[in-house]
Design a protein around this ligand. Structure first.
Ligand code: PLP
Length: 357
């Protein structure tokens, strides 16, 4: 394995997590399926250790510049992170963001496991005022699905100055556009289900930290709760991750072109784009009905949830009953894939035009 070095991410994703470089050695690591190991060695049982996880973790760790742990899903990694909060401790969390994160927080609060101080993550003063005595600040940026951008470095700095643990869900920004650990955060979580795996064929998550103490706690949560990944899923994610930077570059480039054109589309009232990445949200004229109509009229883009895959997806977010009411009825969240941008534009244009009739 290659030592951590200032290699660029495009090289890290290809180089890390490979078998030893030795004559006759394989270039690609195997899928390690054994659930048990002969006594007397380092490995004991398949819930705690797996070589395929380790290969994937080497790449993720290099991208975020920390030690990565693979979990069975993004939500499992997030649950492990919430478990770092001491019993009854306070978590400062935003009112907007990935839905299940907040569903899970509310459940934990209902069970008296922790207490939540809700904040608007885009209001620094509000967040800072809530930090005193808190155990953890947890947030994501850009924020799903409104795609606002938090003042990430200030929030991390202010939280750390007050001894508050900081965890950031970096799924939308990806380590190519934001590295929260380098800004001082303690834990980064990812849904690998999204852009890092990138093929919409695996549900998986990761938590990454540069603290040995937190790593130990997260690892023990994974083992004891059984939130461990399947080796086949880990291998698929690793395979997908090898091409992540080129997929990201293509998707981001197309997104910027589409954003410019969407601004001038007569069916579009508002475009929400953080200025980077492959996610864009639009509000269409004609309310929920027109938004649904547009989503159903596309022939290349699929009307489906999720994001970060090679295929473009869009959806009217408020079709989900529990989506926060601050998300407009006519908002379509778009995940731009790697298809040719002109084909995407033609499809979007015709679908949006048809939505108005
Ligand atoms: C999808 C997603 C999650 C949850 O990940 P799963 O792999 O579906 O459990 C968490 N946060 C964000 C921002 C996501 O997009």
């Amino acid at each position: 394995m290659v030592e951590q070095s200032p290699l660029r991410p495009e090289t890290q994703v290809v180089q890390q997590g490979r078998p030893e470089r030795e004559p006759g050695g394989a270039i690609i690591g195997g899928i390690s399926v054994s659930t048990t190991f002969r006594a007397g060695g380092e490995y004991i049982y398949g819930r705690s250790d797996n070589d395929t996880w380790k290969d994937l973790e080497a790449v993720l760790g290099a991208l975020e510049e920390g030690q990565a742990l693979v979990f069975s899903s993004g939500m499992a990694a997030i649950s492990a992170t919430f478990d770092l909060i001491p019993p009854g401790g306070v978590v400062v969390a935003p009112t907007a963001g990935y839905l299940n994160t907040f569903v899970q927080l509310r459940k934990l609060e209902a069970n008296n496991r922790l207490r939540i101080r809700w904040v608007d993550i885009n209001e620094n003063q509000q967040v800072i005022a809530a930090l005193d005595g808190a155990a953890m600040l947890f947030f994501e940026s850009p924020v799903n699905p409104l795609l606002t951008v938090a003042d990430v470095s200030t929030l991390i700095r202010e939280a750390k100055a007050r001894g508050v643990l900081v965890a950031v869900d970096n799924t939308f920004a990806t380590p190519l556009r934001q590295q929260p650990l380098k800004l001082g955060a303690d834990v980064v979580v990812h849904s690998l289900t999204k852009a890092l795996s990138g093929h919409s064929d695996v549900v998986l998550g990761a938590a990454i930290t540069d603290s040995p103490e937190l790593l130990e706690k997260l690892m023990s949560y994974r083992k004891d709760s059984g939130a461990n990944a399947g080796p086949f899923e880990a291998w698929l994610a690793l395979r997908g991750l090898r091409t992540f930077p080129i997929r990201f570059a293509q998707a981001e480039n197309s997104t910027k072109i589409l954003v410019e054109r969407l601004h001038n589309h007569p069916a579009v009232e508002r475009v929400r784009y953080p200025g980077f990445g492959f996610m864009v949200s639009i509000e269409v004229k004609g309310g929920a009905r027109a938004a649904d109509k547009a989503c159903n009229a596309s022939k290349i883009i699929s009307y489906a949830t999720s994001l970060g895959g090679v295929e473009s997806l869009w959806e009217r977010r408020r079709r989900h009953d529990d989506e926060p009411l601050e998300v407009p009825e006519n908002l379509i969240r778009i995940s731009v894939g790697i298809e040719h941008v002109e084909d995407l534009w033609n499809d979007m244009d015709q679908a949006l035009t048809r939505s108005q009739s």
